[in-house]
Ligand binder design. Structure first.
Ligand code: HEC
Ligand code: HEC
Length: 474
């Protein structure tokens, strides 16, 4: 069992120290008003802010150094300006300026197939097309031993994937805002738990650190193709660096400063967010006994203004749109059905919920417990021709499922876990398109359209626009 109160106090002590440091750093920063603030980066919808208690992002940290044989560092795939993930636009620039020789373009997992021809610029452009078009990495994994299913057919456009090495094309998750993770990696495979693991429980702070240490080790051995094990000191420094990063959008092109007018956007306020495993749990498992409050997002309450829509001031209109989007996120009814890990888990074929039913961590937006679920992103029906498609057959029932990525089932071998992924933290999303584990939604509008179709919500154009404007302000 988790002992949440203990962990809460650990986290809150840590946070208090961080907040103090950030406030001091913030005061110093504004007094000097430096022209190029290293905390701030630009993105298509405005400016992203990353703060850290030391006041500056230490680019001498081993996070930015290569420990392997292919020249990559964590920074090859986790870039501050792209919300500590990576983006197709920026990857194309890197490709063009190096002729496809930047270390991120490595056969091992950067290419569509590790056997691809990379002998010319043209060949490299073809070989790395998934990375260049979708910003995804090929996560190679063997079929789990003793699984409840067998791989009975493979349709891999790149002619490589097999039961020994399945190609799962996945987006780098952001290496920031990590102290609030309740599962590490899309399928939770790096989640370390010091207590007996019920698969859907969250993890405590010590476990987050342990998980991230193991994750960093595996990234150096895998993505960086290291020949020798990294030292414990290197791992400690990387983890210490990444768990002290807090990232959020600070400025919106149209609405201006997201912490202006008593709003609560930006990374400094985010760093003070209270959190514990199970906070605001949808299914009533908040260890404090508090009941679920669907108003999980409360950053832009102060911008609620029924007259904003008719204002002559474009900034007021933009603020109004973000505030309406936040209300929609919290309150627009969604008939949630067919979600494996949720509807079946509680025996309710339809749950009347909202976006915040699943994105319930207050002002953070992930699940406050691990809750791996299947919302259908890797379903055969959504497969595009650039993705491999796998046919899985249930060993005992003969049932067949086609999927582009079995998700959690690659870890557990369980039929019921096919297609289950975690819901990521939603802060700083504007900087890190495309979205979902496979990058299938190119923009936040596409994300909103996905939900509108998947759950038959029937949002009107204005609602869609407001919801996307809100997401971009996170
Ligand atoms: C080749 C690109 C690449 C490199 C290099 C890389 N990563 Fe990642 N990272 C990814 C991908 C892809 C994922 C998601 C994979 C998955 O979930 O299956 C990921 C996931 C993560 C996560 C999980 C975050 C979460 O929300 O669960 C962390 C933390 C992370 N990486 C840190 C690092 C660190 C630290 C390094 C350097 C030691 C590193 N990464 C190097 C691509 C990369
Ligand atoms: C039934 C649970 C559920 C509901 C309801 C839900 N989400 Fe999600 N959300 C998820 C999961 C799970 C993922 C990750 C899925 C994947 O990539 O396979 C996700 C991913 C996302 C992402 C992409 C994040 C990223 O980094 O790629 C955004 C943005 C998002 N959701 C916004 C919303 C909005 C807006 C709504 C309401 C219209 C909503 N979600 C409703 C579970 C849910």
């Amino acid at each position: 069992m988790v002992h949440p109160l203990k962990f809460r106090s650990v986290i809150s002590q840590q946070l208090a120290a961080m907040i103090a440091a950030i406030l001091i750093a913030g005061a110093a920063g504004s007094a000097q008003a430096q022209p190029a603030d290293p905390q701030i980066t630009s993105n298509p919808s405005g400016k992203l802010q990353t703060v850290t208690p030391n006041g500056q992002i230490d680019t001498n940290n081993p996070f930015f150094k290569s420990f392997g044989t292919n020249g990559r560092s964590c920074d090859s795939c986790h870039r501050q300006a792209q919300g500590w993930s990576m983006s197709p636009d920026e990857l194309r620039q890197r490709f063009n300026s190096t002729g496809g020789h930047d270390p991120v373009f490595a056969l091992v997992d950067g290419a569509n197939s590790p056997l691809a021809d990379v002998s010319s610029v043209y060949a490299r452009r073809v070989a790395y097309s998934m990375m260049l078009n979708r910003g995804v990495v090929r996560v190679g994994m063997p079929m789990p031993a003793n699984a409840e299913f067998r791989l009975t057919a493979v349709d891999d456009p790149y002619g490589y994937a097999s039961a020994h090495d399945m190609s799962l094309f996945r987006r780098p998750l952001p290496s920031t805002n990590l102290i609030w993770l309740t599962a590490v990696m899309w399928d939770g495979r790096e989640t370390h738990m010091s207590f007996l693991p019920p698969m859907d429980a969250g993890i405590n702070h010590e476990d987050v650190i342990e998980s991230l240490a193991s994750q960093a080790h595996d990234a150096i051995m895998g993505h960086e193709q290291a020949a020798v094990e990294p030292s414990a000191a290197v791992i400690d420094q990387i983890v210490d660096f990444e768990v002290h990063l807090f990232t959020a959008q600070l400025v919106d092109e149209d609405a201006g400063k997201l912490n202006g007018g008593s709003a609560m956007g930006g990374a400094n306020i985010l760093a003070q967010q209270r959190f514990w495993v199970g906070i605001n749990d949808t299914l009533g498992n908040d260890p404090t006994g508090d009941v679920f409050d669907e108003k999980a997002m409360r950053l832009f309450d102060e911008w609620n203004d029924p007259n904003a829509q008719h204002s002559h001031d474009p900034r007021e209109r933009a603020r109004g749109s973000i505030a309406r989007g936040e209300q929609l996120f919290n309150t627009l009814p969604i008939m949630i059905s067919g979600v494996g890990g949720l509807n079946d888990a509680i025996g309710q074929p339809v749950i009347t919920g909202t976006c915040s039913t699943c994105h319930n961590s207050p002002n953070i937006g992930n699940h406050s417990v691990a809750l791996p679920i299947n919302i259908g992103i890797s379903d055969a029906s959504r497969r595009t021709m650039d993705m491999p498609l796998y046919t899985l057959t249930n060993v005992s029932t003969g049932q067949v499922v086609k999927t582009t990525d079995p998700g959690l089932a690659m870890r557990t071998g369980k039929w019921a876990d096919i297609g289950k992924f975690k819901g990521p933290i939603l802060r700083g999303v504007a900087a890190r398109a495309p979205y979902f584990h496979n990058g299938s939604a190119a923009t936040l509008n596409d994300v909103v359209d996905f939900y509108d179709t998947r759950f038959n919500i029937h949002m009107n154009t204005q609602q869609k626009r407001d919801l996307a404007a809100f997401l971009a302000a996170l």
